[in-house]
Each structure stands twice: as C-alpha cells, then as structure tokens.
Design a binder for this molecule. Structure first.
Ligand SMILES: [Zn+2]
Length: 367
C-alpha cells in the first residue's frame, strides 16, 4: 500500500523532537506547512511566561461567511523520552523502534488537522472559517492553553484532538482539579531523653491521613496523596511533615466538599496534638460537562455517522487543553485520534485511525 499523505506527514512530525518547552523546531515546521496551505500564522509571547523556546501557534483560514467558525486544537509538546524518535510501520500499526515514546500524543492530531486543511484547500471545497491553535507545554500543566490570548480567537466552539480511543470517541465530561499542599509543624525534642516535650508531626499527619477519604470517592470524584515527606534522625521527634494531594471531580460541589474533608481531617489532628497547620489549595483547572443533546456534540455525531464511524461518548478522569478552553468561554470537547498506550515506549497508533482522524476533521470543517 502506498503511504498516504497524512501518514507521511505524521511520520515526519514525530521525528522532530518537541519535548515540553522545546517545541520551536516542530512549531516552525507546522507554521511552514500551514502557510503553504494558505493560512495566516502567528506565534504568541507565551514562551517567556513558561520558559519555553517558542509560544503557542495560531493560524486562520477564512471560510464561508455564513458558516460558524471552528477552532481545531492540538498540542505540540510531548513527554520524554521523546528525542530521536524512529517510527516503524508493521501490520498497519505505527510504533517507535527504540526506547522512546512515539509522539502520536499529540502529533496524530497535528498531522490530521494539517492534512485535512491541505485537502480542503486543494480541492477547493466550501468550508467554515477555521482557526487552528497548536499549544506548547500541555504535558506540564496545560501551560500553553493557560497563557493563550483568548481575545484573538473568534471561534466559540473547539475540537481538541488529544485523546486515546478510536476515532468516534468524544469526551464530553472532564473533571476539575485542585492541588493541595499542607505542612504540619509539631515540636522537635530528644526522642530518648525528653520525648514528652515533643509533638511528632509524623504521628499527627498519619492520624490525619487515616481519617481522610481517598482514592475513588464516587463515580465522579477521586482524591490522592502523592507526597508524604518527613526526614530526620531517629533520635529526634520529627518536627515537620509535608503533604501534597490532589482532588478531581466532574461535579464542582463535590470537588469543594472533598477538599473540605481533607482540610478538616488535617485541622482536627493538628488540634488534637497541638501541632500547627499550613494549608493551601490551588485550582489547576475547572471541569466541564457538555450535554449529549448540545449542538456541538450533535455536529460531531453527524460527521461521524456520515463517515460510518461508531460514536462513543465518554467521561475522562484527566485534564486537557479543553478544560482551559471551556474555562475561557470557548466550548470545547476532546476527541480520540486512536493514540494508545500514551506516555509509554509502547505507544502506538493504527494507520486507519490516522486516516479517519483526517477524514473526520475534513467533515467538521465542511459542516
Ligand atoms: Zn496529549
């Protein structure tokens, strides 16, 4: 079988290293491709803000004036190990040959967007006005999307190509996410000579944690402690413990309630032992839920059905650029491109999913 354009482009894209904060070379290539197709291209000033070597890339293709503009989005960065990627095709599946990721997260999205636009323009097919945003630093806290200049975007609806699952997967629900950090300060004392004068921060923290609801709270809510840190010699009652935790929920009320439960357990234990507590919560992004009956979801479904691809609506437990877009007034869903086992060296994607992502994108643009 002859290698199709989208596959060829994808293979070239994954060979341009673009680990987070080092997206410039890949951004340059995308800008060239988009310009060649006929889009206007700009880079913003987010590079300095997040200490990356380039900013987010914006592109625009004017379309039929009576059609609603659409924003197509993918991220340019990859997780490590993402340098010197050597893709190989075997039985219709693309993998990396060596000890690296493949980079289908998210270059499958980028290749599909570029090649869909190329074909639409080459064939002179009527289409919607199309905005494209390729973000930096998605993998390190959605930083590019957080520093996007939303005032320059005209589309109110977006499709983010950045999920596992075959083409046809539509993520219409994603959780909000809060980072918690807490420091418990007890009192140091000689553990052998005068332990009764000390307050063991480890004991306090352990009691607090034992009273916390953690892991799967309900179908919509999760909580996890990632750090429980204390270090000291065995002959000193430990003075400090540092905890870091996260809470996620599809329901903003439950998100708050779960954070309060964790804060409450810490306060109660600290009071009981006379330790002091420093506590902070940092919302990293809001969740979103878009009804199955919403026109955006209906549009996506219509395109998929016209192509005869099965539709699967689902919720995710993770965050993506779509969370930040929704937070900033652009209705956004994430769709599956067929990327699988992402963030591992076993990452792969099928040729069929690459072709289908491109066909789906073409249908969206023409809708
Ligand atoms: Zn991704």
């Amino acid at each position: 079988m002859e290698t199709s354009r989208v596959v060829k482009t994808f293979l070239e894209y994954v060979q341009i290293s673009s680990e987070s904060r080092w997206e410039a070379a890949f951004s340059q290539r995308l800008a060239e491709d988009l310009q060649q197709i006929g889009l206007t291209v700009e880079t913003d000033d987010s590079a300095d803000k997040v200490k990356a070597n380039t900013g987010n890339l914006y592109a625009f293709l004017p379309g039929e004036a009576d059609l609603e503009p659409i924003l197509l989005c993918a991220h340019m960065d990859t997780v490590p190990p993402g340098q010197g990627i050597h893709p190989v095709i075997e039985d219709g599946i693309i993998r990396s040959a060596s000890d690296t990721i493949l980079g289908s997260d998210d270059k499958s999205g980028a290749a599909a967007i570029v090649e869909a636009l190329r074909e639409i323009v080459q064939q002179k097919l009527p289409h919607r006005p199309v905005e494209v945003v390729f973000t930096i630093c998605e993998e390190v806290g959605l930083l590019g999307a957080k520093y996007l200049d939303y005032s320059r975007l005209r589309a109110k609806k977006a499709v983010v190509f950045d999920n596992e699952g075959d083409v046809g997967t539509i993520v219409n629900q994603a959780p909000g996410h809060v980072e918690i950090s807490a420091t418990i300060t007890g009192r140091a004392a000689h553990a052998g000579v005068a332990p009764e004068e000390g307050i063991s921060a480890i004991q306090v923290a352990a009691e607090a944690v034992s009273q916390m609801q953690l892991l799967r709270i309900d179908a919509e809510t999760t909580a996890n402690i990632g750090t429980f840190f204390a270090a000291g010699p065995n002959n000193i009652v430990p003075e400090t413990v540092r905890l870091a935790a996260e809470v996620r929920s599809l329901d903003p009320q439950k998100l708050k309630r779960q954070c309060r439960q964790i804060a409450g357990a810490l306060q109660t234990a600290c009071q009981k032992y006379g330790a002091s507590l420093q506590y902070s919560e940092e919302p990293s992004y809001s969740g979103y839920q878009i009804a199955e009956t919403d026109p955006l979801i209906q549009q996506l479904k219509d395109c998929l059905r016209a192509l005869d691809y099965p539709v699967r609506l689902c919720a995710t437990g993770g965050g993506s650029d779509a969370n930040i877009l929704n937070q900033n007034g652009i209705q956004a869903v994430v769709v599956g491109t067929g990327m699988e086992k992402i963030h591992t060296v076993s990452e792969y994607i099928t040729l069929q999913n690459l072709e289908r992502t491109k066909a789906f994108t073409m249908a969206l643009i023409q809708k």
